[in-house]
Design a protein around this ligand. Structure first.
Ligand SMILES: Cc1ncc(COP(=O)(O)O)c(C=O)c1O
Length: 440
C-alpha cells in the first residue's frame, strides 16, 4: 500500500505497517503476504478468518501444534511466577530442562548451554570447538544453512543467504551429498560416496591441516531437505577426527523426532557427535536455542574467559520446552513420526508419479521435500513452478514451505502431532494444487 493511503481492513493495516515500519528485507511468503492471527493444533487462521492446514509449522518449529494447552498452561504458570532471571542465577525450569535434554540426547552428550536461537546455538558450538581443540578452522557444507550472524552466514553454503560480503575467515565448505544433483556427476552407490572424501581434500588443501570442527545438518533443511546416503557421515566423522576436529551435528531442523524413529537426525547415520545444536521445535515457538556436548568437552570452557546469555535459559521458554517434550513423549514420539511420515512419503510419491515436474521426493519422517524441475531429463530447476504451487496450495487452504539453492524445493514439515487423517487431508489439498501448476 502507498504511504499516505488509509488502510481499510485489518489485513491492509497490517500489510501497510509491515511496509512502513519493518525492514524491506523481511522475506515474506506469497505474492500477497499472509497475516496470521491465531492457531489451534494443525490449523491457523488469517486475519480475514480463512482457515489453513499448517504443514510448515512456522519453519519446523510448532512441534506439538499451535496453542497446545499443555504448553500454554506451563507458560502461564511460569509467567505468573517469574519471567526472567538471566544465566547469572540458576532457575528450576532451566536445570530441569537440561536434565530432560540429557535424557533425550544420544551417546555421551549430557550438558547444555541454552541461548535464544539456532544461530546462537551454532555460534556457541564453534566457540566451544575452538576452545576445546585449540584449533581455529571449521569445515561446513555447501548448501548448508547456519543462521544470520556473521558466523552463521559464513558457515552457510548458499550465496543468497550470505549477505554483506564480509565473512569470517577460516571457514571452508566441502561439497555436499546431494545425490539428485551430484556435484561430482556420479551415481550412488557406484560413486563409493566420493563426496565424503572431499572433506579430506578441503582440509588438506585449504586449511592448516588442523581443524576445530566440522558442522553439518544430518538432513540439510533450508538447502531443500537434502538427505545424504547412509554411509556419508560415518566416513566424514573419521576424517574429521583424524584432523583433530569435533563433529558438530546441527539438529536445529532435524531434532526432537522430526526425522522419525530417532530423537535426533544424526542417530540415523550411526555417528556419535561431539556437539549438537538445536532450536526451532525445542519449545513449540518460544525462542530457545541449545548447544549440547560431552562433560569432558564442556570442561574446556573453564578458565577460557567469560560468557553470558541475558535471555539464555529464560524460565518461560524453558517451561514451554519442558511441556513440549512431555507432549512429544506422550503423543508424538519418533515412532509416531515414522509411522505418519511413511504415509506422507507414500502419498507424495503417488503425486510425483502423476506430475513429471516433481523430479525428486526426499527426506525422512515428517520432513519431506519435493524438488520441482522443468523436466526429469534435464533436471533444470523450476523455481517459478514451485512458487506457483505455493500460491495454489494457499488457495486450497494448505501451508507449506519452500527452500533450496534454486528456490525450487517444496518443504513439507507439519507439527509432529500430525495424524494420519491430517496427512490424508494435506495430500488431497496438495494434489488439487499440483493439478494447476504451470511449468515454464
Ligand atoms: C539448520 C539450521 N541451523 C541454524 C539455523 C538458525 O536458526 P535461527 O533462525 O533460530 O537463528 C537454522 C534456521 O533455519 C537452521 O535451519
Amino acid at each position: 500500500m502507498e504511504t499516505g493511503k488509509i488502510a481499510t481492513s485489518k489485513k491492509a493495516e497490517i500489510l501497510d505497517k509491515q511496509k512502513r515500519y519493518l525492514f524491506p528485507n523481511h522475506l515474506l511468503y506469497y505474492t500477497e503476504p499472509l497475516p496470521l492471527e491465531r492457531g489451534e493444533g494443525l490449523h491457523v487462521w488469517d486475519v480475514d478468518g480463512n482457515k489453513y492446514l499448517d504443514f510448515f509449522g512456522g519453519i519446523l518449529t510448532t512441534s506439538v501444534g499451535h496453542n497446545r494447552p499443555e504448553v500454554t498452561q506451563a507458560v502461564r504458570e511460569q509467567t505468573e511466577k517469574f519471567i526472567h532471571s538471566s544465566t547469572l542465577y540458576p532457575n528450576e525450569a532451566h536445570v530441569n530442562l537440561a536434565e530432560k535434554m540429557a535424557q533425550l540426547a544420544p551417546g555421551r552428550i549430557q550438558v547444555s548451554y541454552f541461548t535464544t536461537s539456532g544461530t546462537d546455538a551454532d555460534e556457541t558450538a564453534v566457540m566451544l570447538a575452538r576452545q576445546h581443540t585449540g584449533n581455529q578452522e571449521v569445515i561446513a557444507l555447501r548448501h548448508g544453512y547456519s543462521g544470520r550472524s556473521a558466523m552463521g552466514m559464513s558457515l552457510t553454503g548458499q550465496s543468497s543467504w550470505r549477505i554483506g560480503g564480509t565473512h569470517i575467515l577460516g571457514i571452508k565448505h566441502a561439497i555436499n551429498p546431494y545425490c539428485y544433483r551430484c556435484p561430482l556427476k556420479l551415481k550412488y552407490p557406484s560413486c563409493g560416496v566420493a563426496c565424503a572424501h572431499d572433506v579430506e581434500d578441503v582440509i588438506k588443501t585449504t586449511t592448516s591441516g588442523r581443524i576445530a570442527a566440522f558442522l553439518a545438518e544430518p538432513i540439510q533443511g533450508v538447502g531443500g531437505f537434502i538427505t545424504p546416503p547412509p554411509e556419508y557421515f560415518k566416513i566424514v566423522a573419521d576424517i574429521i577426527r583424524h584432523y583433530g576436529g569435533l563433529f558438530v551435528s546441527d539438529e536445529v531442523q532435524t531434532g526432537f523426532g522430526r526425522t522419525g524413529e530417532k530423537w535426533f537426525g544424526i542417530e540415523h547415520w550411526e555417528v556419535e557427535p561431539d556437539i549438537m545444536t538445536m532450536a526451532k521445535g525445542i519449545a513449540n515457538g518460544f525462542p530457545l536455542g541449545n548447544t549440547m556436548t560431552r562433560p569432558d568437552i564442556a570442561e574446556s570452557t573453564v578458565g577460557a574467559g567469560l560468557t553470558i546469555s541475558t535471555f539464555g535459559g529464560n524460565p518461560v521458554a524453558c517451561a514451554a520446552s519442558l511441556a513440549t517434550m512431555e507432549v512429544l513423549e506422550k503423543e508424538a514420539d519418533p515412532e509416531h513420526v515414522a509411522r505418519v511420515g511413511k504415509a506422507l512419503r507414500a502419498g507424495l510419491e503417488r503425486l510425483a508419479d502423476k506430475h513429471p515436474f516433481i523430479g525428486d521426493v526426499r527426506g525422512m519422517g515428517l520432513m519431506q521435500g519435493l524438488e520441482f524441475v522443468k523436466d526429469r531429463q534435464s533436471r533444470e530447476p523450476a523455481p517459478k513452478a514451485a512458487s506457483h504451487f505455493m500460491e495454489l496450495s494457499r488457495k486450497e487452504g494448505l501451508l507449506v514451505g519452500k527452500g533450496g539453492l534454486y528456490g525450487n524445493v517444496i518443504r513439507i514439515s507439519p507439527p509432529l502431532t500430525a495424524s494420519a487423517d491430517d496427512v490424508e487431508e494435506a495430500l488431497e489439498l496438495a494434489g488439487k494444487a499440483l493439478k494447476g501448476v504451470v511449468v515454464d
